[in-house]
Write a new protein. Structure first.
Length: 77
């Protein structure tokens, strides 16, 4: 069975549908998820089973610093 070749019109239509479904704001997240999935698939094909290598790095927590002459927070201390 022969598959038809994809031309610029077909690729543009696919991109348009993706933009409508996911929106512009979610595209980086979707792209990252697709990239991670492809890397995992390729590693699986190559026979590599090193799953701990690509763990996500822990995010830093934001810390509040008290400014000079700033207002004190109303807490239960």
């Amino acid at each position: 069975m022969m598959f038809p070749r994809m031309g610029p019109l077909e690729i543009g239509l696919i991109v348009l549908v993706i933009l409508i479904v996911f929106g512009v704001g979610k595209l980086p997240q979707v792209g990252g998820a697709i990239g991670k999935g492809l890397r995992a698939f390729r590693k699986g094909q190559a026979g590599e089973e090193d799953e701990g290598e690509e763990e996500e790095k822990p995010k830093r927590k934001a810390t509040k610093k008290a400014g000079k002459g700033g207002k004190k927070s109303k807490g239960l201390s």
